[in-house]
Design a protein around this ligand. Sequence first.
Ligand SMILES: Cc1cc2nc3c(=O)[nH]c(=O)nc-3n(C[C@H](O)[C@H](O)[C@H](O)COP(=O)(O)O)c2cc1C
Length: 192
Amino acid sequence: MKRILVILTGGRPMGNTRQLAEAFCKGARDAGHEVKLISLMQYQVNGCLGCNACRFGKPCVQKDDFDQVAALVAQADLIAFASPLYFWTISARMKALIERFYSLAKEDADPPLGRYEAYPPKECVLLMTSADDYFWTFEQAVSYYRFALINYIGMHDRGMLLAGGCGATDGKPGIDKTGHLERAYDFGFRIE
Ligand SMILES: Cc1cc2nc3c(=O)[nH]c(=O)nc-3n(C[C@H](O)[C@H](O)[C@H](O)COP(=O)(O)O)c2cc1C
């Protein structure tokens, strides 16, 4: 049994991304995992200011909800990041949250090449929706996920579900007609 935290980082209230995240949650719960879903629409998490106070042992100067989210992240074994594709990449809220992980870094006496510090060991998955469905549609988002979360922060990738072709936001959410919700359920169910 894993403790899974699903972080919805954008999208409409009952839009494609929430539906995708909830289908993943249902699959993971049915497989016996403990699952919690939160939305960054309910938590205010600003981007990092780069003041480096946290690197001098001081609390973050920003008085927003990051500490609450960080406490939930600390309790989880696996973080599922759910985002709509906005201008060919992850949502601004997801980027802001990742920037704030800067304050979670600890000293690493022997870091691998290109990394300077250690982050709490976590597993992660990426869940995304988009209107388009070309082979390059998610390229920037996947690249950022790999560079920042996997290679730099050092999370262990447990997979991605890139749900293209869900329709644009000028119409009703169309994910229910794509087969992605079934895939998301299956993805959640197969988390080990
Ligand atoms: C600001 C904005 C930017 C978007 N940029 C893209 C894009 O670059 N490529 C794409 O395929 N869809 C894009 N979309 C469409 C959404 O990614 C897609 O409709 C998504 O499923 C919406 O998620 P939601 O239903 O959870 O709100 C964009 C939508 C918005 C509102």
